[in-house]
Design a protein around this ligand. Structure first.
Ligand SMILES: [Zn+2]
Length: 75
């Protein structure tokens, strides 16, 4: 009886550790997907949410290059 309880406790502990590791990995992935980029004009890290793309720090209008990176809008 006590042996079964011990095994159950160990299994629970391993599952708990595994789930914690999984959550950590998952949140890490989510953070990577968060859109925090740097303004090519002033270098501040900015979070762009809507169009037209505009740096909230310096007011520079921005555009996206072919590779998806932020570039300074020229027109
Ligand atoms: Zn800027």
């Amino acid at each position: 009886m006590w042996l079964r309880l011990l095994l159950l406790a160990i299994a629970g502990w391993i599952a708990y550790r595994y789930i914690r590791k999984l959550i950590k990995q998952l949140s890490g992935k989510l953070n990577m997907h968060k859109q925090i980029e740097r303004c090519p004009n002033c270098g501040e890290s900015i979070q762009l949410v809507n169009d037209p793309l505009k740096c909230p720090q310096c007011g520079q209008l921005l555009a996206r290059g072919l590779d998806g990176k932020l570039i300074i809008r020229v027109n």
